[in-house]
Design a protein around this ligand. Structure first.
Ligand code: 5GP
Ligand code: ZN
Length: 135
């Protein structure tokens, strides 16, 4: 896509710190890392996010992510990692070319996890019943 920054990175029109690539995917370091070694994985064909991600590429994607995540873990001596994907504005998506964040985590990085809310059994069942209607 013409105005997509990640399409430009894949084409080499914008520089990136490439980690690895194959025919379908490209991985490079995030320019503003959460932790050292924070990598992004993107499909080479433009899509917006997970909802229009091509089915044909799904299986290969997980293998690609695991390969990069293992390398990031070893290289940074991480204790764990987060695999994240922001889908749409409300979830923090800023670049509208599907991408997965591989964020190395350290026992002492004090980043914690995302906040949680209390929810009654009744509320859980109510929202579950709404979700199930669309499956
Ligand atoms: P989002 O919030 O859309 O899930 O994440 C977009 C990510 O892309 C951000 O973490 C941001 O730092 C990263 N990013 C945005 N522009 C560039 C760029 O030009 N080069 C690199 N390497 N990362 C970028
Ligand atoms: Zn794109």
């Amino acid at each position: 896509m013409v105005d997509c920054i990640f399409c430009k990175i894949i084409k080499g029109d914008i520089p990136s710190t490439k980690v690895y690539e194959d025919d379908e995917f490209y991985s490079f370091l995030d320019i503003s890392p959460v932790n050292k070694g924070h990598a992004l994985v993107i499909p080479k064909h433009h899509c917006r996010n997970l909802l229009d991600f091509p089915k044909a590429e799904e299986t290969d994607l997980m293998e690609f992510i695991k390969k990069v995540a293992k390398a990031v873990m070893k290289a940074t001596d991480a204790d764990g990692f987060n695999l994240g994907m922001n889908n749409e504005d409300a979830a923090g998506q800023v670049v509208f070319h599907a991408h997965f964040h591989i964020i190395p985590r350290f026992n002492d990085d004090n980043l914690g996890s995302w906040p949680s809310k209390k929810c009654s059994e009744e509320e859980l069942e109510k929202v579950r019943d709404e979700i199930v209607k669309y499956l």
